[in-house]
Design a protein around this ligand. Structure first.
Ligand code: IDP
Ligand code: MG
Length: 156
């Protein structure tokens, strides 16, 4: 099982879209194993987006991400990183396909509602930035046996 970091950005929180976006992940069968509403500090935004330092949109991005609270989530499932990226859609709301979160809920090329880790290395790093030990939980769900086929001994 993979765990990925998802952030519902300030626009998603302010526009009242948290519930509908969370529902998409739950409907898919993914498990929310960590969640908190928080205001991101300048320092945390800079660390999280360090690979984008120097790009023309960097200052605006950090300003946006620190402008209002966000909902950070740890989401788990087989292939969760790639699945979540697919559900998010392309970076720009104007280009993201219908059926994706960015495609269905936004049109902006900078207020794009959601962040998701893009690799296992990024997920590990980013989960460590936003969650302390003990804040990501391990727990079985009553319906898990109907989410994955476990007949071979591993989740299919
Ligand atoms: P991603 O979020 O789809 O992985 P990245 O290219 O990693 O996209 O960019 C990180 C974030 O920076 C985007 O989600 C978006 O908020 C912002 N961003 C990226 N490119 C632009 C741009 O050209 N203008 C404004 N904001 C941008
Ligand atoms: Mg990215």
């Amino acid at each position: 099982m993979e765990t990925t970091l998802i952030i519902l950005k300030p626009d998603a929180v302010q526009r009242g879209l948290m519930g509908r976006i969370i529902s998409r992940f739950e409907d898919k069968g993914l498990q929310i194993v960590g969640a908190k509403l928080m205001q991101i500090s300048q320092e945390l935004a800079a660390t999280h987006y360090k690979d984008h330092q120097g790009k023309p949109f960097y200052a605006g991005l950090v300003g946006f991400m620190t402008s209002s609270p966000v909902l950070v989530m740890a989401i788990r499932g087989n292939g969760a990183i790639t699945i979540c990226r697919g559900m998010m859609g392309a970076t720009f709301g104007s280009k993201a396909a219908a059926g994706t979160i960015r495609g269905d809920f936004g049109v902006s090329n900078s207020f794009n509602l959601i962040h998701g880790s893009d690799s296992p290395e990024a997920a590990e790093r980013e989960l460590g930035l936003f969650f302390k030990a003990g804040e990501v939980l391990d727990f079985p769900r009553a319906g898990d046996r109907w989410v994955y086929d476990m007949s071979s001994g591993k989740a299919e």
